[in-house]
Design a protein around this ligand. Structure first.
Ligand code: GLN
Length: 203
């Protein structure tokens, strides 16, 4: 099995290290070319700057191939900027900002506001062994609205409202926070387990 980590910009090295730390039989490759998108079984889209990743994906000719693989059901995990890139709709997008889409959700960029640009908190995460994970949020988005096929795996309370910060739709998984820099690889393990299941049942 081969998992690609989109390596155009952002913290892709940390994702590669987190996947590597699982010590399971997977090949992990840094993806920069369209030819690599067709040969992987799953993809991770890192945190970083979603506008930059989208622009580079366009200019490196990866955009359409990623969208094709999303449409054909390849498992993809996006953290933070990666969540933004998997959203069908955005609030507070940059002018002309594109996303790959795939998850029927509206994501609000930089949702937590300036005063708490970055913070950490324990999060109850459905499906992850042990339940609670450390959420590292850096200029993080949250999910404002979801369609009927989207499952909420974790939320954060703000002003009396529960905002989704981890969601799943079919083979697509997205978190507002960065497990790749938390030193805890259970979210990556959860994703890889989904990937294995996907391969076993045949897409
Ligand atoms: N705010 C960034 C964006 O809009 C995401 C931040 C992150 O990935 N840590 O792309």
């Amino acid at each position: 099995m081969k998992i690609g980590v989109l390596a155009l910009q952002g913290d892709f090295r940390e994702h590669i290290a987190a996947l590597d730390s699982l010590q399971v039989e997977i090949e992990i490759i840094a993806v920069r070319h369209a030819s690599e998108i067709v040969e992987i079984d799953a993809l991770v889209i890192p945190g970083g700057e979603s506008t930059t990743i989208a622009k580079l994906a366009r200019s490196f000719g990866l955009f359409a191939s990623i969208q094709d693989r999303i449409a054909s059901g390849m498992p993809i995990y996006g953290s933070c900027a990666g969540m933004i890139l998997l959203a069908d709709r955005l609030i507070d997008a940059a002018k002309g900002q594109e996303t790959f889409g795939g998850i029927d959700m509206t994501v609000r960029r930089n949702a937590f506001g300036r005063q708490i640009d970055s913070f950490e908190m324990d999060i109850d995460f459905a499906g992850v062994v042990g339940g609670t994970v450390k959420g590292v949020f850096i200029r993080a988005p949250w999910v404002d609205e979801i369609g009927p096929d989207v499952e909420v795996l974790a939320t954060v309370m703000q002003d009396g409202l529960a905002h989704p910060v981890a969601v799943r739709q079919g083979n697509l998984l997205a978190t507002s926070f960065h497990p790749e820099i938390s030193g805890d690889n259970r979210v990556h393990r959860y994703f890889v387990q989904q990937v294995y299941q996907n391969l076993l049942v045949g897409k």
